[in-house]
Design a binder for this molecule. Structure first.
Ligand code: ATP
Ligand code: MG
Ligand code: MG
Length: 555
């Protein structure tokens, strides 16, 4: 399909396949840390890893980078796994860095024996202070030349929980004057004696650091192309150094970097998203305004749209920020050909058609689909829409004192009630505050059967007959932040848009009562909507706006 990754990484893999580098094999992995709910950035990475490997008939594992027991849990892991499947991918295997703790430990002992690693008994603060700076070499630890036998003994005691947190670490012995700071005797293990790991419990009192875990996991799984985000480019020499040190021969796993996805008016770090939830700015991780997979699902966005967006946003080697308009475009594009058109009035005012008798109903056969859309094969083409003397129209579709060029209803003006007839406004009522309470009109009854095209009407408005309409709550969403780059502000919370959710009570045409609860609609002239999967019930309909229409007046 047109959502397949096509970028510089694809070219690298194609070249390797062509050259037979890994005997033509392609193996990738998506490696999240289970410390939060998946977001749009993860979706990009899932699409990239599963999409690329799939193109080459390769495999792709879901690997949990569960090396940090204090922040990780089962709930987050399951949410990440669900996200992969929801996006339409099946992991070749679901694996865990913690599956490899024994192997990693054995390799670490090897490194100590070879004089390539040592136990440092300085505090982490002391170690940091002695790393030097970009322009100044670091200083060797006084423990750097500790005998391997002593390091091995201490390492084993550390593993068994005989030493408190922070008393020792295991470090690789590389070069304290290396121009790349990551290569200055990096930490391999630290003690977390009292932490409870959600999978390994209290088996381990030491935990590997990211760099010591990641490439080794890749090697164990036979990964060929290990892609990660740009900030890890400085870690690549260390990634390769560890593989050399443990003796993994070429052809072996290599790391490649791509620019992380940033989207306009959105934050995407799990930590910042957590803050929005904990401070009550949103109702939860699945609030439809959240850029999380859970939020997209609840909003009614389909995986097709997210995959399409990922391909449109693309993958680059330089950091940038993608317009929110691109995401909205992908969502509209996905829904356009699957969403039947119906009428709903989100901010109603009563219109009385004076030349229709009360109790009189005309049932119109209204098309679900515009002419330029090819609907799904089995989809019904039309639905019955009742018209009666009293109808609801949008408050915004009437002006008592219209500006020049007004194309909706106004005193003495005519509009077409969509699918119905032409009406001419004959008057209106207001309350004490000057608020319009009722509009009166006469219908041109000849226009029922005839296309009003050719008639000089100023515009067409949507409506629903009052007596048969179903009451509904409409949740209209706008961007969550009013600043284009909230994550660049000192405090991103100051940029929260106070009007990101507007709730309205209105009416919807009765035809929807018979539809499956998960039907996505286009409300004519308003936007795409579906029923909130938690809060909507047949007697108490609640609709979430999925996305507005491009030129929607509602925004
Ligand atoms: P966060 O900062 O939100 O915690 P992370 O970078 O720590 O995210 P992980 O959950 O540790 O993410 O990693 C999962 C995978 O998703 C990694 O390979 C990471 O590179 C990728 N990823 C995370 N955020 C983005 C993003 N914004 N764009 C592209 N890929 C991303
Ligand atoms: Mg992380
Ligand atoms: Mg992070």
């Amino acid at each position: 399909s047109d959502s397949r990754p096509d970028n510089f990484l694809r070219d690298i893999i194609a070249r390797d396949v062509e050259a037979g580098t890994h005997a033509g094999r392609v193996a990738m992995r998506f490696p999240p840390e289970p410390n939060g709910y998946p977001h749009l950035g993860h979706a990009q990475s899932i699409w990239l890893n599963f999409g690329l490997s799939g193109q080459f008939g390769g495999k792709c594992n879901l690997r949990f980078d569960d090396t940090n027991p204090e922040t990780e849990n089962e709930e987050f892991a399951r949410a990440l796994e669900d996200a992969v499947r929801w996006l339409g991918y099946e992991p070749t295997a679901v694996v865990y860095a913690s599956d490899y703790f024994d192997q990693m430990y054995a390799w670490a002992q090897d490194l100590v024996r070879k004089g390539l690693a040592y136990v440092d008994s300085q505090s982490e603060d002391e170690i940091r202070a002695m790393r030097g700076t970009v322009t100044e070499a670091g200083t060797n630890s006084p423990f750097r030349d500790r005998a391997p036998e002593e390091s091995l003994r201490l390492l084993e005691e550390m593993r068994r929980g005989e030493h408190p947190d922070g008393s020792h670490v295991l470090r690789a012995k590389i070069d304290m004057a290396h121009p790349n700071m990551k290569m200055r005797d990096p930490l391999m293990y630290r003690i977390r004696r009292d932490a409870h790991h959600y999978r390994t419990g209290t088996d381990w009192a030491i935990y590997p650091l990211y760099d010591w875990a990641h490439g080794q996991g890749d090697a164990i799984e036979g990964i060929t192309h290990s892609v990660c985000t740009l900030e890890f480019d400085v870690n690549r020499p260390l990634y390769d150094w560890y593989l050399d040190a443990i003796g993994i021969p070429e052809p072996r796993n290599h790391q490649y970097e791509f620019a992380r996805l940033n989207v306009e008016a959105t934050v995407m770090s799990k930590r910042k998203l957590r803050r929005l939830v904990e401070d009550g700015v949103v109702a939860g991780w699945d609030d439809p305004r959240m850029p999380t997979i859970a939020g997209f699902r609840r909003r009614g966005i389909r995986p097709e749209a997210i995959r399409h967006f990922a391909s449109l946003a693309g993958v680059s080697k330089v950091n940038g920020r993608t317009d929110l308009a691109l995401l909205e475009h992908a969502i509209r594009d996905d829904l356009n050909s699957i969403a039947p058109r119906v009428m709903a009035v989100t901010d109603p005012v009563r219109l009385v058609i004076e030349n229709m008798a009360s109790g009189e109903t005309k049932t119109l056969d209204a098309p679900y689909w515009p002419d330029d859309v090819t609907p799904p094969e089995a989809a019904p083409k039309t639905r019955p829409v009742p018209l009666a003397r009293e109808v609801w129209i949008e408050r915004a579709d009437f002006s008592a004192d219209p500006p020049k060029g007004w194309r909706r209803l106004a005193p003495d003006a005519e509009v077409w009630l969509r699918h119905g007839c032409v009406v001419k406004c004959t008057g209106f009522e207001t309350d004490d505050a000057g608020e319009i309470t009722e509009i009166r009109a006469t219908a041109d009854l000849d226009t029922f059967e005839n296309d009003p095209v050719g008639r000089k009407v100023r515009g067409a408005i949507h409506w629903v007959a009052a007596e048969t309409a179903l009451p509904a709550t409409f949740r209209l969403y706008d961007r969550l932040f009013s600043h284009p780059a909230p994550d660049e502000l000192e405090d991103f919370m100051t940029a929260v848009n106070p009007d990101s959710l507007v709730t309205r009570k209105g009416w919807i045409e009765p035809s929807v009562a018979g539809d499956p609860a998960d039907t996505r609609y286009q409300f004519e002239r308003t936007g795409f909507f579906w029923q909130d999967p938690e809060d909507s019930a047949s007697g108490d309909l609640v609709f979430n706006q999925i996305v507005s229409l491009k030129d929607g007046w509602a925004r």
